[in-house]
Write a protein that binds this ligand. Sequence first.
Ligand code: NAD
Length: 450
Amino acid sequence: MTDTKAAFTLDDTFTSTEATALVNRLRATFRTGRTKPLAWRRQQLTRLRDLLTDNRAAIADALYADLRKNRAEADAMEINTTIVEIDDYLEHLEEWTAPQPATVTVPGVPGSTARTVFDPLGVALVISAWNYPVNLLLVPVAGALAAGNAVVIKPADYAAHTSALLAELLPAYLDTDATAVVEGGAPETTVLLEQHFDHIFYTGNGTVGRIVMTAAAKNLTPVVLELGGKSPVFVDRDADIATVAQRLAQTKFANAGQTCVAPDYVLTDPDTATELEAALVVALKGQFGEDPQTSDAYGRIINERHFDRLSALLDSGRTVTGGQTDRADTYIAPTVLAEVRPDEPVMQEEIFGPILPILTVADLDEAITFINERDKPLALYAFTEDNTTKRRLAAETSSGGLNFGLPMHHLAVPTLPFGGVGQSGMGNYHGRYSIETFSHRKAVLDVPLS
Ligand code: NAD
């Protein structure tokens, strides 16, 4: 019998029978009420935190092997960001899960009370993407646990070293009656998606997002889809260009551009574009030196499939800097392309790699039209000092998040919800928003009988 296994690794078979037994086992635990007390949730969150602090070096090694993430980036963007979320739950768990009193206006019987109660949903499935394979897996898992759920955890298969390490560590730290890890790719996830979950939290691309949502529909299971898209950057002519270039270099090229909220392309007027080209050359040199391939601070493309996909995008526009590739090392240099036209290959899909196209527009009106003619992005960025420009971008565009001045960092503010809209996803999480995502908001009205 395999139905008490807490981790299915790539060496195991994982059939529908095993998946059903696994979900039934976790649901049986959930029904005992074991996951609901705040003490259990607190204990699980603390154990998850211990996992991260006890195994910092091993996690950093796995991330290096998968993505050549340097130690500082692994610490800052994977481990510490997850710890910050966990600490936030530990600090606010009572407050965020407490029933919220409501004013009773109906039925108006004296002595009536009303409140909203956060009920855990049951057994959640969390499916992660490979680009931040620790954070994107464990932050939603922490949210599901904080909300009092049992969880099936599916790490990203492309980040194979990290997946294997987490499959080993998670059962050693978490309550294995209420959590389980299933490693694997499409076949294993397909088997999981045939099961009846109470929530599915998926991070990845929109094609698989549709598969997840279709499978969820069969059981009326709620989903959060954390997808991607082309996140534009508007650079106003009043912005300090050295600062813009430095912040774009810092964010766009982290993790070799493989970040869901990475700036995808720049929209600016022709004069500012010329200035920005030169400033980006300086900023990139400052960040990664003369030869980024030898820089410790620069990552690699996850695999050859993505390397080939990205290499085909390098011919668009005029190369300002970069363009060098090394397939054996899955290396693509930080690349800036200018005079890019909207119909060129690099503008047809989310880049998800270290290539930054600059497109010119006449003014803010044209930029807003350009943005609104395309799918709603996961993030919209603007560098401007002008409050009218900020107000107009906020009022006249739709995106998962809107960030002025420092791309990607809204993601690291746990008091903000993180998620997409339209083609960039649905639902959101982080901090108290994760509690809401993984709970049912139950309306309770209590009317006295006499
Ligand atoms: P991926 O290939 O790791 O896929 C994501 C998950 O889906 C993996 O766990 C994988 O095993 C599973 N999967 C793959 N094919 C499947 C199938 N046919 N059926 C069921 N499951 C399947 O990651 P990806 O999709 O290449 O990730 C990149 C995309 O994810 C980009 O669009 C990026 O913007 C987006 N993303 C979004 C966020 C966010 O938080 N919004 C974060 C990271 C990445």
